[in-house]
Design a binder for this molecule. Structure first.
Ligand code: TXA
Ligand code: MG
Length: 324
């Protein structure tokens, strides 16, 4: 069967109009953000949000992030706090999602928030996405554009691999810059609580807003319903924190930790210079490549557990749990 990529389009004015039209008619559009590609819909449309859950095969208990194009738009639907104001001023637009209390009768579909009183808000740093949110003048609810549990997409082709032509429009914004999903922070209390590690680290937050950052309990189903333990699953066995490879393996290295020249399998390097931000950008893309190889296992070198390395290790740990 020949594949038809005609739904992948570069964002001309015409395509931006088309995206807005689709969203106004309760349809879905895949968008680039600075983190990963999202599968977006009008956050106030029950019909559209329902189809996101269906298409992704996503559990209904896992709420979606509302993407906004200003602080004002966020506070139309959510209740600001001292901490949220500090975080918004320091990091928006950017890869930071805030959990806040939702305003009464916000108009946001209950499916978006999984009927919680809270709501997740993010102002992404991407001009195309921002333009479309402004056109709609409503938040766009968007999870990562992958089947639930699969590796998140960082290119338009990854989105196509997940959904083929089931999405009418995939906006081509090239490869995403950060490569991993936004940091999720509960901003309702006196201290920010990290519920999902991402490109904005606890250290960055503490340095900017001079306030102690707490870490959410790993598997608290109440705090962060979407942090299901098993996630980002490649089809192959993934063995983390290892330097032991054999004939049946391919290898994902970091810095100078790579197989020797006798190794016949595929070996990729997350960052030859040992740059953790570069490693994050490459992580999902390289896992997808290795997942398509003929090897039985993917061996991943140890990644320093500091800075963005904490988010990388968290994702690798979830990915490695696939067969347990
Ligand atoms: O970078 C990102 O965040 C990407 C791009 C597209 O913006 N989006 C993304 O969405 O990663 P998703 O659906 O894959 O992950 C959203 C996370 C889940 O872990 C979900 O449980 C959590 O946000 N979340 C959403 N609403 C929440 C709430 N009210 N309370 C706690 N966690 C919430
Ligand atoms: Mg996701």
């Amino acid at each position: 069967m020949t594949e038809n990529f005609s739904n992948i389009k570069i964002p001309t004015n015409e395509v931006i109009n088309e995206a807005t039209e689709i969203l106004l008619k309760d349809g879905l559009v895949a968008f680039p953000t600075e983190t990963v590609y999202g599968l977006g819909a009008d956050a106030t449309s029950k019909t559209a949000i329902f189809s996101i859950y269906q298409l992704k095969n996503r559990p209904k208990i896992n709420p979606l992030i509302c993407h906004v194009a200003s602080k004002e738009m966020a506070y139309r639907y959510s209740i600001e706090t001292e901490i949220s104001n500090l975080l918004v001023n320091a990091f928006w637009p950017g890869p930071l999602t805030l959990i806040l209390n939702q305003k009464n009768n916000s108009g946001i579909s209950k499916l978006v928030t999984a009927e919680l009183d809270s709501i997740a808000m993010r102002y992404p740093k991407n001009k195309i996405f921002e333009k479309i949110i402004n056109r709609l003048d409503k938040p766009i609810a968007a999870p990562s554009a992958n089947i639930s549990g699969n590796i998140s997409p960082t290119t338009p082709m990854h989105v196509f691999e997940e959904f083929n032509n089931k999405i009418k429009l995939i906006i081509d914004g090239g490869e995403t810059e950060k490569g991993i999903e936004s940091t999720v922070v509960d901003a309702r209390g006196r201290n920010p609580i990290i519920l999902r590690h991402g490109p904005i680290t606890a250290e960055m937050i503490e340095n900017k807003i001079k306030c102690k950052v707490l870490l959410g309990t790993e598997n608290s189903s109440i705090e962060s319903p979407g942090q299901l333990l098993k996630h980002y699953s490649p089809k192959k066995n993934i063995i983390i924190n290892s330097m032991e490879y054999d004939e049946q393996s391919c290898f994902l290295g970091f810095k100078n930790i790579m197989p020797d020249s006798n190794f016949k399998g595929i070996a990729l390097n997350l960052s030859i210079n040992g740059d953790l931000n570069e490693a994050a950008t490459n992580l999902f893309k390289m896992l997808r490549i290795l997942d398509k190889s003929n090897s039985k296992n993917i061996i991943v070198a140890p990644i320093p557990n500091k800075g963005v390395g904490i988010a990388i290790n968290d994702k690798l740990m979830r990915a490695s749990l696939q067969n347990e």
